[in-house]
Design a protein around this ligand. Structure first.
Ligand SMILES: [Fe+2]
Length: 178
């Protein structure tokens, strides 16, 4: 059983404890790497889910002259994010770990801040740009681990997520231009 004493994450412990009862996994990625990948992906899952919820929250509560445009744009975005969390979670399962799926776990794992207010339409866009950029940094941080483990499936998933978040961040940023 791999030890990662320097990592304080409770998720790692949870991920590790459930791999026991399952049938042995022999996909050409050793257990230590699978656990490290699953932990990285669990951060990506938490970020993506938190961004999903934030985008849905803005869809419901946006006001102002751009209401129709933003209400519909946010809907397109949260629908894409809802599909993304499923793909990320199922990749974690394929690597032999449990996919986190509670608000308390996501609060610990995600780097995206929750809203304590209802921001203006413009502030919603600005916060979404920041949140997409946060997801991008998390996704990119998992890449070296996937490369080192020759985990092309995870690298492919990460590439897709990077493309979506970079494009969405660009589109949102463009709305803020004077
Ligand atoms: Fe709706």
């Amino acid at each position: 059983m791999a030890k990662k004493s320097s990592r304080k994450s409770t998720s790692a412990t949870a991920l590790r404890s459930v791999s026991k009862p399952e049938i042995g996994i022999n996909i050409g990625i050793n257990e230590k790497d699978r656990l490290t990948l699953a932990e990285g992906l669990s951060h990506l899952l938490a970020d993506t889910y938190t961004l999903y919820l934030k985008t849905h929250y803005y869809h419901w509560n946006v006001t102002g002259p751009m209401f129709q445009t933003l209400h519909l744009m946010f809907e397109t975005q949260y629908n894409e994010l809802a599909l993304a969390v499923d793909a990320i979670a199922e990749r974690i399962r394929s690597l032999g770990s449990v996919a986190p799926g509670t608000y308390s776990a996501y609060a610990k794992l995600s780097k995206i801040e929750e809203d304590n207010d209802v921001p203006s339409a413009r502030e919603m866009i600005a916060r979404l740009v920041q949140a997409h950029e946060t997801v991008l940094r998390t996704a990119r941080s998992v890449f070296p681990i996937a490369d080192q483990a020759v985990d092309e499936a995870t690298a492919d998933l990460l590439t897709q997520r990077l493309q979506v978040h970079e494009k969405t961040a660009w589109m949102l940023r463009s709305l803020l231009a004077e």
